[in-house]
Design a protein around this ligand. Structure first.
Ligand SMILES: *Cc1c(COP(=O)(O)O)cnc(C)c1O
Length: 455
C-alpha cells in the first residue's frame, strides 16, 4: 500500500495538478452544501474492502464533494470569519505533510520547530509582551483559549492548597467568543459574563468584582478580554482591564483570535494598548494572518507556568527530557501531544514575503471595511449599525425582517455569487447583516455589487 508504483505516480500527477490549479485560482467556485442523503446518492459507498481505486475516488472528490464544500477564500465570502491563506502558505502546507515530522518534541522535530519558533517570535513581538514571553501553535483559538485557561487555573490552585477542589470562576463579557463558555465547561469552571453594550471597560470589571461575595471573589482565577470581537470587531479596554487585574492580582487573558492579526497594522495598533500586560494571548493565524487551517496560537508571559500545567510524563516519554534531546517541546505548552508542525506554512510564507507585506494585506482588510461603511451610508436603503471596527461591518437593510435577511443570504449563496450571513446585535438582538473582510483580493466593486442585491 505504501510502495511507489506507476499508478500512484500517475494518480499523483492528477492530484498535484488539481492542487496547483486550486492554489493559483483567484476566482474559485463558492460551493454550496448538499444533504448527506443527496451526497450518498451521488457518490455511493466509497470505503469498501477492495477499495474503489484512486482515480474513481479522486473523480468523486473533484466532481461532487468539493463542490458541496464552501471555498472559504472566495473574495465575496464575507460571512463568519473568512480566510485567505497565502499561496505560499498553502503550498508549504503540502510540503509540511510530505515531510512527515512529529511536532511535539524537539528530539523529533528540532529543525521544523525552530522555524515555527521564528514565526512565533514575530507574533510575540507584535504583542509587545516582555522578554521571556513565548508560545506555541495550536489547532485554533478554542484550543489556545483552553490551554491558557488551564494554565491560569492551575496557577491559581498552586497559590493555595485549599483551592485544590474548589471550582474556579472566569470573568468575561457577553461579547466574548462562544469558545470561552464551551472551554469553561471542559474545565468545569463557572463563567461570570459581564453585560456590556460595547467595549468591556476596566471600571465595569472593578465594579463587578467589588459586588461579588468574598467567597466568589476568592474563586476568580482569570479575567478574559477580547481583542476584536468576532461579531463586530470591538476591542475591549485592554489597558483598563489589565490595570484592574494587576490591582486584584488576577490572571489576564486576551482572546485576540480574530483581531490579533491587526496588531501588525499600524493604523489600529494603538487600540490594543494594554495587551502587552496580558498573562496569555490567543491569536489565530488561520484567521487574519493568512495561514491555512488549522493554525491558532497561544502566548504566555511565563511559559514555565504553561509547562507545569501541560507537561506530560510517562515512561515512554522520558527520553524526550534527556540531556541529548533538550529543547523546546511544543507539547509542554498546550493540550495536544502528537501534532503536525502547523506553524510551518505561516513560517514559510512570512520568510518568503516578509512581514511588511503582511501589514499591507491586513491594512487592506481594514480599508475594505471603511469603504463598505461609506457605500452602506450612501444608499438610501442601507445604514450602518455602528462604525466599522477592524474589518467587521454591521449594517441593516431598512425595512427588512429576519426572514428577509435569511432569504437574501440563501439567494446569493445558491447562485454562487456571494456568502454574506446575518447576525444579531449584542443589544436588542436585532437581526442585521455583517461583512468581515480578510481577503485582500476583495474589491470595492464586489462590495457595491453585493449591496446592489439588497436594493
Ligand atoms: C474564532 C474565534 C475563536 C475560536 O477559534 P477557532 O480557531 O475557531 O477555534 C475564539 N475567540 C475568538 C475571539 C474568535 O474570533
Amino acid at each position: 500500500m505504501h510502495n511507489v508504483d506507476i499508478d500512484l505516480v500517475e494518480m499523483s500527477l492528477d492530484v498535484i495538478k488539481f492542487a496547483i490549479a486550486r492554489i493559483s485560482d483567484t476566482d474559485p467556485k463558492l460551493g454550496f452544501p448538499k444533504t448527506a442523503e443527496e451526497l450518498k446518492a451521488l457518490v455511493g459507498e466509497t470505503v469498501t474492502p477492495a477499495g474503489i481505486g484512486g482515480e474513481k475516488a479522486f473523480a468523486l472528490f473533484r466532481d461532487v464533494l468539493v463542490k458541496a464544500s464552501i471555498s472559504i477564500d472566495h473574495p465575496r465570502h464575507l460571512a463568519f470569519v473568512p480566510a485567505s491563506p497565502t499561496r505560499a502558505a498553502v503550498m508549504f502546507d503540502l510540503v509540511t505533510s510530505a515531510t512527515s515530522v512529529h511536532g511535539a518534541f524537539w528530539l523529533e522535530g528540532a529543525g521544523c520547530i525552530f522555524a515555527e519558533n521564528q514565526a512565533m517570535e514575530w507574533l510575540v513581538s507584535l504583542t509587545g509582551m516582555p522578554e521571556g514571553s513565548f508560545g506555541v501553535f495550536t489547532s485554533g483559538g478554542t484550543e489556545a483559549n483552553l490551554s491558557a485557561m488551564v494554565t491560569a487555573r492551575e496557577y491559581w490552585r498552586s497559590q493555595d492548597d485549599s483551592r485544590a477542589n474548589q471550582r474556579g470562576i472566569v470573568i468575561a463579557s457577553n461579547g466574548a467568543h462562544s469558545s470561552i463558555k464551551a472551554m469553561a465547561k471542559v474545565i468545569d469552571a463557572d463563567v461570570l459574563l459581564v453585560e456590556t453594550e460595547d467595549r468591556f471597560e476596566g471600571g465595569l470589571l472593578a465594579e463587578t468584582i467589588a459586588n461579588m461575595t468574598p467567597d466568589d471573589r476568592e474563586r476568580i482565577f482569570a479575567v478574559i478580554a477580547t481583542g476584536g470581537t468576532t461579531n463586530a470587531g470591538i476591542i475591549d479596554d485592554l489597558a483598563g482591564i489589565a490595570a484592574v487585574c494587576k490591582t486584584e492580582d488576577l490572571w489576564f487573558h486576551v482572546d485576540a483570535a480574530y483581531g490579533g492579526g491587526a496588531l501588525a497594522a499600524r493604523s489600529v495598533r494603538h487600540l490594543f494598548n494594554g495587551i502587552e500586560k496580558a498573562d496569555t494571548v490567543t491569536i489565530d493565524p488561520h484567521k487574519w494572518l493568512f495561514s491555512p487551517y488549522d493554525c491558532g496560537a497561544v502566548i504566555y508571559r511565563d511559559p514555565n507556568l504553561a509547562k507545569k500545567a501541560h507537561g506530560q510524563e510517562g515512561s515512554y516519554l522520558d527520553i524526550f527530557s534527556d540531556e541529548g534531546a533538550r529543547g523546546f517541546n511544543p507539547s509542554d505548552y498546550q493540550i495536544q501531544l502528537t501534532r503536525r508542525v502547523r506553524g510551518l506554512p505561516l513560517w514559510f510564507s512570512l520568510a518568503m514575503h516578509g512581514t511588511d507585506r503582511y501589514e499591507t494585506a491586513i491594512e487592506r482588510g481594514i480599508e475594505l471595511a471603511r469603504i463598505a461603511g461609506k457605500l452602506i451610508s450612501e444608499t438610501d436603503y442601507t445604514e450602518l449599525v455602528r462604525e466599522p471596527s477592524l474589518s467587521c461591518v454591521l449594517f441593516r437593510r431598512l425595512g427588512w425582517s429576519p426572514e428577509d435577511y435569511r432569504a437574501w443570504t440563501y439567494e446569493n449563496h445558491k447562485s454562487g455569487f456571494a456568502l454574506v450571513a446575518p447576525t444579531k446585535t449584542r443589544v436588542g438582538g436585532e437581526t442585521v447583516s455583517r461583512f468581515c473582510f480578510i481577503n485582500p483580493d476583495t474589491t470595492e466593486k464586489d462590495i457595491a455589487d453585493i449591496l446592489a442585491t439588497m436594493a
